[in-house]
Design a protein around this ligand. Structure first.
Ligand SMILES: C[S@@+](CC[C@H](N)C(=O)[O-])C[C@H]1O[C@@H](n2cnc3c(N)ncnc32)[C@H](O)[C@@H]1O
Length: 281
């Protein structure tokens, strides 16, 4: 049986719902992409149309389970180690030393990778903190959150192929990973200590409420897809989750300008980031 077409009206209904629910953007130019991504779930459920599938994920008693199955088809989990190096260098050379001083000798640094995909950013941050020499093992807690449960499962497994290392030199892989065969490498166990992964939707109200205040937040290459409403909700959470004095780094192409934020902009050669002021408690 051939797959049905995704009508103009269905495209509109799906786009609105995905933007509202997850911040995911599927404009008219991505009609075929959206159809291809919905098709496996429509076929598996034996539903006649994409409108029926939408009805199912919105109103069926088991909609949460179905959403969990559908989301991995819709997200773009592209990531790699040491992505956007300029940001990481500013974090390592300017922000971490200052936070080290502020936290005092025994203080624990809390770092959040928001939209962590398969964990490349989480382990990059763990390595960065180690290589900075500023924090002893056990003094850094890193939390990775993502909408996509399959990406989080890969982050848990912490095994990566060649592609994930394209932004690094061989010494990086040699030092922090061990080969597990078949051109794949596993994160060394000591880097996984202090790492926690959990599912969260940046568009949900109060998505940050279960998290302790974070000294550093990276939220990169996800907000670029969000419309104004989703961005405003995510921005509110990014502000709330930061500890006073904490720093927020977005992707190179991302900004909160469109929605406004009480966070202050700081510029350093190589990166711009946001800071929650000490007085904003
Ligand atoms: C392109 S990856 C970015 C990964 C990493 N931050 C980086 O820059 O390499 C985007 C990630 O955002 C996640 N994502 C999309 N919408 C989300 C939402 N509403 N809440 C949480 N994560 C979301 C996707 O599942 C995907 O893993």
């Amino acid at each position: 049986m051939t797959a049905p077409t995704l009508s103009q009206e269905e495209l509109r209904l799906w786009s609105e719902w995905l933007a509202e629910e997850y911040g995911l953007h599927f404009g008219p130019e991505r009609r075929d992409t959206l159809r291809n991504r919905l098709e496996p779930r429509r076929a598996a459920l034996g539903l006649p149309s994409y409108e029926d599938l939408l009805f199912h994920v919105r109103f069926h008693p088991e909609r949460e389970a179905e959403r969990t199955r559908l989301v991995p088809h819709l997200t773009n989990n592209e990531s790699y180690f040491c992505r956007e190096r300029g940001t990481l260098e500013v974090l390592r050379d300017a922000v971490l030393p200052e936070l080290r001083e502020r936290l005092g000798a025994g203080g624990v640094l809390r770092v959040l990778s928001a939209a962590c995909a398969s964990g490349e950013e989480v382990y990059t941050l763990a390595i960065l903190a180690r290589e900075s020499g500023l924090f002893a093992p056990g003094q850094v807690r890193i939390t990775g959150i993502d909408l996509d449960p399959c990406a989080l499962a890969r982050a848990h497994a912490a095994v990566y192929g060649e592609h994930a290392f394209r932004g690094t030199d061989p010494a990086f892989r040699e030092r922090w990973f061990r080969p597990v065969g078949d051109e794949r490498w596993e994160v060394r166990p000591e880097l996984r200590e202090g790492v926690e992964l959990r599912r969260a939707n940046l568009v949900d109200e109060r998505w940050w409420s279960g998290l302790p205040p974070q000294h550093v937040v990276l939220c990169r290459n996800v907000l670029i897809y969000f419309g104004d409403e989703a961005l405003a909700r995510a921005a509110e959470g990014l502000h709330r989750v930061l500890a006073p004095g904490g720093a927020l780094f977005l992707g190179h192409a991302e900004t909160l300008r469109r929605v406004g934020t009480p966070l202050q902009v700081e510029r350093r050669p190589g990166a711009i980031f946001y800071r929650r002021s000490e007085e904003d408690a």
